[in-house]
Design a protein around this ligand. Structure first.
Ligand code: NDP
Length: 448
């Protein structure tokens, strides 16, 4: 990755001092600023108008208590966040994460990334993120429902289809979105479908939203490979994670002829040389909510490696789809030595800066999450379009729109990388292209 330009050093120092201890947020800001040196030299107006400082300071940050009662009648207290980062392009848009690791620094990193990701889609959506340190693992449906209802009892006053529209993320799927929407509807007495995305199909959800992030990541990967006259067909692929993004990335890769042989969760990884059986994986993870080892128990040639790193499994294409900083420099070296040709981030910031640099130096095609996983939020925006027009589109039509959007995201990244003299550098291309769109909108709107 490039070094931080002198013109931006002071801005980054300010971010560090104003946001102490928020390691992931610092990392996300640095990764964007490192690409922007040539941009601010060409367009000094962005510095004169303090666009970088404004972009790094969220428009609004909410932190609130979520009290709820568990199945034993004990009162539990969690902390929840919503960071409404930037609304220059449209209403705040970004998911909610339920995971014990959630704190303000994680939510700000995700919200910051979301601004640029949303801009890359070409759609009218601003950037936000939220979540809670609530751990859904091992909780009953009734506990999940009470938690979601309590969280929405505070959150609702900050939301609206023209204001702020949350969706899912780690630990928040269709079940949680349903409970959140139910409580929003009850409190407000409004059937405002467009206030949340990732809804069930029976009450305003969109076809393909469940599959969108994983499918989009694979569409982007296919576009990258095509620039070298290659494709996914016949390629050996591994995914990390076995949640929403991982499962549907694997599904689309298989549909395109790839051989997907490994996936993981926080307990370890599974290798299945026969190719992943997705029906079984979905049963284990989505329906039974079990550990990934249960999958291996039911497949003749699958093995489970407890606590191991899935990156040790040889592959040609790696799709990190679990969580931030899950693939470090050492893992990147192993992947490169074993012949990886393309890496696309289905998760947000899963590769450490070291890993990203190593992939780029080795000439591996590398897609940053803000580009590769933009299909999720793009399809959320399609869900909002359908809600606003009281319409619902077919699976085929929605998937085709998703694919067109991902081709557009790839094209914008590639064009910006070319324009700024770094052909094939999707990190620079994604950062520059999205920054220009948001920055120009901010300049047009004045100092607000
Ligand atoms: P899920 O909760 O459905 O799945 C997450 C998966 O990652 C699980 O397999 C989980 O394992 C694993 N995981 C989570 N945290 C850790 C950890 N600390 N260490 C190891 N493994 C971990 O989440 P999603 O699939 O929705 O999200 C995955 C990633 O994709 C996140 O980075 C998210 O921000 C990003 N993303 C998601 C979008 C979406 O539409 N859902 C859109 C764009 C990006 P376990 O069950 O053991 O915890």
């Amino acid at each position: 990755m490039e070094k931080l330009d002198d013109a931006l050093q002071e801005h980054y120092a300010t971010v560090l001092s104003r946001n102490p201890g928020e390691r992931e947020f610092h990392q996300a800001v640095l990764e964007v600023l490192e690409s922007l040196g040539p941009v601010v030299h060409k367009h000094p107006e962005y510095l004169h108008q303090a666009v970088i400082e404004r972009l790094c300071e969220p428009e609004r940050q909410l932190i609130f208590r979520v009290p709820w009662t568990d199945d034993q009648g004990r009162v539990q207290i969690n902390r929840a966040f919503r960071v409404e980062f930037n609304s220059a392009l449209g209403p705040y848009k970004g998911g909610l994460r339920f995971h014990p690791s959630v704190y303000l620094g994680i939510v700000k990193f995700l919200g910051f990334e979301q601004i640029f990701k949303n801009a890359l889609t070409g759609l009218p959506i601003g950037g936000a993120k939220g979540g809670s340190d609530f751990d859904p693992k091992g909780r009953s449906d009734a506990e999940i429902m009470r938690f979601c209802q309590s969280m929405m009892t505070e959150l609702y006053r900050h939301l609206g289809e023209y204001t702020d529209v949350p969706a899912g993320d780690i630990g928040v799927g269709q079940r949680e979105i349903g409970y959140l929407f139910g409580q929003y509807k009850r409190i407000t007495n409004r059937y405002e479908s467009g206030v949340l995305t990732g809804k069930g199909l029976a009450y305003g959800g969109s076809q393909v939203r469940t599959e969108a992030t994983g499918y989009g990541t694979v569409f982007f990967t296919e576009e990258m490979l095509a620039t070298r006259g290659e494709s996914l067909s016949g390629r050996r692929v591994i995914v990390s994670g076995s949640g929403n993004v991982a499962i549907y990335a694997a599904e689309k890769a298989i549909q395109l002829g790839a051989h997907v042989v490994a996936c993981s969760d926080s307990s370890g990884y599974v290798v299945d040389e026969d190719g992943l059986d997705l029906a079984l994986l979905r049963q284990v993870k989505e329906v039974d909510r079990q550990r990934v080892s249960v999958y291996a128990d039911q497949r003749p040639n699958a093995t489970f490696v407890e606590g191991g790193q899935v990156w040790d499994v040889p592959c040609e294409v790696a799709l990190p789809c679990a969580t931030q900083n899950e693939l470090d420099g050492a893992a990147a070296k192993v992947l490169i030595d074993q012949g990886v040709r393309a890496v696309a981030e289905g998760a947000n910031m899963p590769c450490t800066p070291d890993a990203t640099r190593l992939f780029q130096e080795a000439g591996v095609l590398f897609a940053p999450g803000k580009a590769a996983n933009a299909g999720g939020v793009a399809t959320s925006s399609l869900e909002m379009q359908q809600n606003a027009s009281r319409d619902s589109w077919s699976f085929e039509h929605t998937e085709q729109r998703l694919q067109e959007i991902m081709v557009g995201v790839h094209g914008r990244c590639a064009a910006a990388a070319d324009e700024y003299g770094q052909p094939g550098n999707y990190v620079a291309g994604a950062n520059i292209s999205s920054f220009l769109r948001v920055a120009d909108a901010m300049l047009s709107l004045g100092v607000v």
